[in-house]
Ligand binder design. Structure first.
Ligand SMILES: *Cc1c(COP(=O)(O)O)cnc(C)c1O
Ligand code: SF4
Length: 367
């Protein structure tokens, strides 16, 4: 008997448009992929009033069907905790609206802008920072908004780095993406174009030879992706990363520190070393921010600091991301580091190394 649920052996499995069209968006579809109690079904339906669900068949295939604490499932499947809004929660915790001089543009730092070109994602991550705008509907930026964003960049010579984000830019067609990227490339002061995408993790078949052939025409292109757990490093996702790197695109990774998913030194280390093996350079580890309904994912900051302390010195520097808090209210990303300097005065700096031993460096003196 042939099941109606898509399977690994489906001939169209490797076609990203098929993956996208067949995303799990309803509770009855989800119940075919994982075990759900009647209570789970009710809770999930209730959550879907707040923030939609969409899980690619590929990402769903990585879930442990029996375990509600499966780290893949926790990122993809709503829980009733999402409906709890804490007093400290904010709709737009990073004040992106406040720093927006043109539609879709967030200009916060002197030399670079964020350009949000779609609200659509391949999968809607339960911990998403931009829950306020992502995924309400699968809608792409309007032509007018797009042109206004590009005009702002063209008229602002300080912008030498444009970061395409959203939503997920790689859910757009190759043609639409190429139109945006080629227009940006024609602006002299735009030195680098970056894309932030979770596609290599949740829909790796999107990274086709046509896509990489297109992107490589517009170098320098940099891409940051978003792996949070070593179980996401499958043969398919690693192949997608390697295809991007082979097209000359330096690939970074931004993880979010998530309670119950990766707030553990051993899990984090396995993830980071796995990324480096796939030639992906860990870039940021974000403290989970103050968006509404994601309080259950937050850890204390000490947890992140201790994880960083366990990494620094113990594994290759290449595998170590920068731990940052994107400051509520729009202060930007602020690095949070374990403390290694014990004291610093006119004569010397006293430091602690990764093994907790104390060393002294004599200060240089003008003679
Ligand atoms: C994160 C971010 C950037 C990019 O910052 P980098 O530290 O250069 O990666 C740019 N603009 C905004 C608004 C951001 O949040
Ligand atoms: S891919 Fe990014 S923008 Fe989309 S839901 Fe996940 S975290 Fe949010």
């Amino acid at each position: 008997m042939r099941s109606s649920a898509p399977t690994l052996h489906d001939a169209r499995w490797n076609d990203w448009k098929w993956q996208f069209r067949n995303r799990i968006t309803r509770v009855d579809q989800l119940a075919k992929a994982i075990y759900l109690s009647e209570q789970d079904k009710q809770d999930i339906s209730f959550c879907l009033n707040t923030f939609r669900m969409a899980v690619t068949p590929y990402y769903a295939s990585l879930m442990d069907p029996a375990n509600p604490h499966c780290p893949i499932r926790m990122q993809a499947v709503p829980t009733v905790a999402e409906t709890r809004v804490l007093p400290c929660d904010l709709a737009d915790p990073l004040n992106e609206e406040g720093d927006s001089p043109a539609p879709g543009i967030v200009h916060r730092y002197p030399d670079r802008v964020l350009f949000l070109i779609t609200r659509q994602c391949a999968m809607y991550c339960r911990h998403c920072t931009r829950r306020r705008m992502v995924g309400e509907e699968d809608h792409v930026i309007t032509e007018t908004a797009l042109q206004a964003g590009i005009r702002y960049i063209r008229q602002t010579p300080a912008v030498r780095d444009v970061l395409l984000s959203g939503g997920d830019p790689l859910t757009l067609s190759d043609g639409m993406l190429e139109r945006i990227i080629s227009e940006l490339r024609r602006i002299d002061h735009v030195e680098i174009i970056r894309i932030g995408t979770r596609v290599p993790v949740v829909m790796p078949m999107r990274v086709t030879p046509d896509l990489t052939r297109m992107l490589r025409k517009y170098h320098p292109i940099w891409i940051n992706t978003h792996f949070n757990h070593p179980r996401e490093l499958t043969p398919a996702s690693r192949q997608a990363c390697e295809a991007l790197v082979n097209a000359g695109i330096p690939l970074g990774n931004q993880s979010v520190l998530l309670r119950g998913v990766n707030d553990d030194a051993a899990v984090m280390k396995e993830l980071l070393l796995g990324l480096v093996k796939s030639r992906v350079r860990p870039y940021y580890l974000y403290q989970c921010d103050m968006s509404q309904g994601i309080g259950h994912f937050r850890t204390r900051v000490e947890t992140g600091v201790e994880i960083m302390r366990s990494l620094i010195g113990n594994i290759s520097g290449y595998a170590i991301p920068r731990y940052v808090i994107d400051a509520p209210g729009g202060g930007g990303k602020i690095p949070i580091n374990p403390e290694y300097v014990v004291s610093m005065d006119e004569d010397e700096v006293v430091m602690r190394n990764y093994r907790n031993r104390i060393y002294t460096y004599p200060q240089h003196r003008e003679s």
